[in-house]
Design a protein around this ligand. Structure first.
Ligand code: AMP
Length: 284
C-alpha cells in the first residue's frame, strides 16, 4: 500500500500540516497537506464517520479503499494509505495539482487543441482501464467529475466509490450517473467490464461537444435515448471521432470497440502526441 510514499508507520493527523481546501465532497472535505517530517505533498480527504454510517456506506468505502490502494498506474490517482480517529476517516491521496478536468472543460479551447486534448485523455484512459480490467476491476463511473489532472496535464482517474472487483462475477447493481449509464445497467441486466467502454464513448462525445450525447430535459427521456442509442453528431464533429464514438456506443457490449483497438483507432493515431518508448517503436 505504501510504495513511493515516504513513511511506513501508522499516521495521525498531527503528522500533517494542513493547507488550503482543494474541494468539498458529499461526505467531507479535501485539503492540500504535507507531511511534517519530509514535506511530502498529498491531498487529505477527510470523511465524517457519522455521515458514512447514516448513509450505510461503510461497505462501499472499505471497497473503495481496498481497490484504489492496490492500483498503481500513472493515470490512476494513488491512494497511499488511510487512518481514522473517533469521528473521521482520513484518506491520504496523491495530490493532482491541476485539479478537475471538469473545470478545464469549461474554459474554451481552440478546436485543434480540444481534439489533441481529447485524444490524449482517451489514450490515457484506455491505458488505465486496460490495467484495471486486467486486475478485474471495473470503474463503472468514468465521467468528467471523477477525472483530475496531474502536473503535466495527464489524466488521473479518481473516485473508485462505485468501482467493483469482478472476480469473474457478472454484476447486477445499478449505479453511476444517469448521462453515463450504459443500456445494460439501465435495464438491470448483468454486466461486465465493457460498461467502461460505453462510458469512455460518452466522455469522448462530451469532451468534443460540451455536453453528453443523451442529455435530455427528463430522466425518462435520457433513459429512452440511451436504450435506443440515439446519438446525434453535430456537423462540426470530425468523421474519425464520430466513427470512434459510434463504435464505443453500441447497445450490445460485445460489439463495443476493445480498449486496445481504441489506442489503434485511426482518429486517435492521427492526433496522438504519444512518444512511445524505443522498444515499443521497434515492435510496431
Ligand atoms: P471528492 O470528495 O473526491 O468529490 O473531492 C471533492 C473535490 O476536491 C474534487 O472535486 C476536487 O476538486 C478536489 N480534490 C479531490 N481530490 C483531490 C486530489 N487528490 N488532488 C486535487 N484535488 C482534489
Amino acid at each position: 500500500m505504501f510504495s513511493s510514499f515516504p513513511i511506513r508507520r501508522r499516521l495521525r493527523i498531527d503528522d500533517f500540516e494542513i493547507g488550503r481546501p482543494l474541494g468539498k465532497g458529499k461526505f467531507g472535505n479535501v485539503y492540500l497537506a504535507r507531511l511534517q517530517e519530509n514535506h511530502f505533498l498529498v491531498a487529505l480527504k477527510v470523511l465524517f464517520k457519522s455521515q458514512i454510517e447514516k448513509e450505510g456506506l461503510e461497505h462501499q468505502l472499505r471497497r473503495e479503499i481496498e481497490i484504489q490502494a492496490h492500483l498503481q498506474h500513472p493515470n490512476i490517482l494513488r491512494l497511499y494509505n488511510y487512518f481514522h480517529d473517533s469521528r473521521r476517516v482520513y484518506l491520504i491521496l496523491e495530490y493532482a495539482p491541476r485539479g478537475e478536468l471538469y473545470k478545464e472543460l469549461q474554459k474554451s479551447h481552440r478546436l485543434d487543441e480540444q481534439r489533441t486534448a481529447t485524444v490524449r485523455i482517451m489514450e490515457e484512459l484506455a491505458d488505465a482501464l486496460i490495467y484495471c480490467h486486467e486486475k478485474k476491476v471495473i470503474h463503472r463511473d468514468i465521467k468528467p467529475e471523477n477525472l483530475l489532472l496531474g502536473l503535466r496535464g495527464e489524466v488521473k482517474i479518481a473516485d473508485f466509490g462505485w468501482s467493483v472487483h469482478t472476480l469473474s462475477l457478472r454484476r447486477k447493481t445499478m449505479c453511476g450517473t444517469l448521462d453515463y449509464l450504459p443500456p445494460e445497467m439501465i435495464e438491470g441486466r448483468t454486466y461486465d467490464e465493457r460498461v467502461d467502454l460505453w462510458c469512455i464513448g460518452v466522455l469522448c462525445y462530451e469532451l468534443l461537444v460540451g455536453n453528453p450525447p443523451f442529455e435530455s430535459p427528463s430522466h425518462t427521456e435520457t433513459y429512452r435515448r440511451i436504450l435506443k442509442v440515439d446519438v446525434r453528431f453535430p456537423s462540426s464533429m470530425p468523421s474519425g471521432a464520430q466513427d470512434l464514438i459510434s463504435k464505443l456506443l453500441r447497445y450490445q457490449p460485445f460489439e463495443r470497440l476493445a480498449l486496445a483497438q481504441v489506442l489503434e483507432h485511426p482518429w486517435v493515431q492521427a492526433h496522438s502526441q504519444r512518444v512511445l518508448p524505443p522498444s515499443a517503436q521497434m515492435a510496431s
